[in-house]
Structures are given as C-alpha cells and as structure tokens.
Design a protein around this ligand. Sequence first.
Ligand SMILES: NC(=O)c1ccc[n+]([C@@H]2O[C@H](COP(=O)([O-])OP(=O)(O)OC[C@H]3O[C@@H](n4cnc5c(N)ncnc54)[C@H](O)[C@@H]3O)[C@@H](O)[C@H]2O)c1
Length: 264
Amino acid sequence: MNDKQRVIGVIGGTGWLGAAIVNGILQSHDFANTRLIVSYRTHAPRETSAQVSVTQDNQYLVEQSDMVILSVRPQDWPAINIDLKGKLVISVMAGITAAQISEGAHTSKVIRSLPNAAASINESYTPWFASQACSTDDLSIIPTLFNTFGTEDQCEIEDDIDYLTAISGAGPAYPALLAQALEESALTHGLPRHIARHAANAVIRGSGGLLEDLNSYPEQLVNVFENYGGTTAAGLISMRQAGFIKAVDQGVNAAYQRAKTLGR
Ligand SMILES: NC(=O)c1ccc[n+]([C@@H]2O[C@H](COP(=O)([O-])OP(=O)(O)OC[C@H]3O[C@@H](n4cnc5c(N)ncnc54)[C@H](O)[C@@H]3O)[C@@H](O)[C@H]2O)c1
C-alpha cells in the first residue's frame, strides 16, 4: 500500500473499541507513516505518542483528517455534529445505517463495519459494507486497515452487517458464556473454583486453536468427537437434546433484532 503522510481521525478513539483500533494501527508497519488524531469526550488519554494527537473538538478532527473512523456508542451518534464535506468515513457503530451516517456526517462515502472485542488482541473479525460513492482508491485501504486488528470480509448487502453484529460482533461473548456454564457445572460438582475456571478457560482457548488447525470447519471437529462414540459424544447428544442449537439461534436472532432497532 502506498502510505503517504495520511491522517486518520478517530472519534471516540479513547473508548473500548476505538483504543483497540488505534493500537492496531500504531502497531502496523502498513501505517508507520500515518498520523492519528483522536477525540475524547471527558477524560484525555494518559498515554501519548508522537504519532497521535488528541482533541475534544470533533469538527477540528475532521478538518485535520483524510478519513475519519466513528467509534462512539449508537446512542451518542445523534449528538456528533460533524461535516465531513465528502471525506471518507468508517463507522464501527452497531445499528446505525450507512444512510443515517451519510446524512448526519455530510458525506456519501461511508464504510459501515462491525469489528468485535477481540480487536484488543488484534483478533477481531470485521465485516464491512461500502456505500456506492466509495471509489476504488477509498476501498483499497479498508482491508489493510482492518487487518491491523484482525481479519475482514467485504459484504455486498448492508443488512448482513446487522446480522453479523449478532454473530461475530457479539460473538466473543458467546464462548465466554459457555466457559461460564462449564465453570458453574464444575463448581456444582464440588471442584475448587481455580481449577473449574482454569479448565473452562483452557477449553475455549484450545478449541479455538483446534478450529484453526482444521481450517475453520466446526462441524468437522464436532463430527470427529461424535464418531469417536465416547464421553464427548454423550455430552454433545445431551446438549443438543436440551436445546443448545435452538438456544444459540434464538440468542443470535435477539441480538440481530436489537441491531435492527438500535438506530431508530
Ligand atoms: N466494544 C465492542 O466489542 C464493540 C464491537 C463492535 C462494535 N462496537 C461499536 O463501537 C462503538 C464504540 O463502542 P465501545 O464499546 O468502544 O464504547 P465506549 O463507550 O467504550 O467508547 C465510546 C467512546 O466514545 C466517546 N464519546 C462519546 N461521545 C463523544 C463525543 N461527542 N466526542 C468524542 N468522543 C465521544 C466516549 O467518551 C467513549 O470513550 C459503538 O458504536 C459500538 O456499537 C463495539
């Protein structure tokens, strides 16, 4: 990528996701020649860097930037009063549509994306959708940008971003819930808490590694255990019978409906 002295503004860049994105960019060789300007609402960041300047003035940030990342909570979006004057904007906000962003920020060049909490360890999965006005040049930087804190896919249909909000956006919380359920089951059985917790966390971590080794086919991993016909198969059959798959589907749909109504 041709990285000229580019300036990227990050509105809400000291928040949970914004800070993770800023860190990903700062760690990337692809953006070694990029400067960042980060806005905050109340608390100025304690750590500073020569590559990053900070402001509380979002319009000043816009004026200084070649492109702007929007990382405030959906409920704070209506109060963000900025005029992008046609510059590229990259939103990570759940539930706010490209049309709403275009109208509110005065630009037709909108990338709507949905990273996840694993951005903080550079392991996010980030689906993204581009409005029609984005040029080939605008689009060329997007995979490189999202790869600084994980992996990405471009979606052709905007609604898929709302659905993926429920799948991969919320996703890191789902295995955490499974780990909690495993831990609670072990505690009920009388195991010491530190062992219950260590075992549950190690399971989630190890399963993630196995899925990577199997080239990301979860059903292959499940089938291996089902065909083995041992203790794991007994556990899987019982979990299915208790409604595990349906519970996951219902949970995803609840999160999807929330994403669809967040911005309204
Ligand atoms: N946290 C996640 O896992 C996650 C995942 C995917 C998408 N998102 C989306 O990312 C966005 C940010 O979420 P978050 O979890 O980082 O929230 P957060 O509350 O941690 O961060 C938002 C930041 O925006 C700042 N802010 C609010 N109004 C501002 C203003 N006018 N000017 C400057 N800064 C302002 C807040 O002070 C805060 O620091 C949300 O829209 C959310 O839907 C979050």
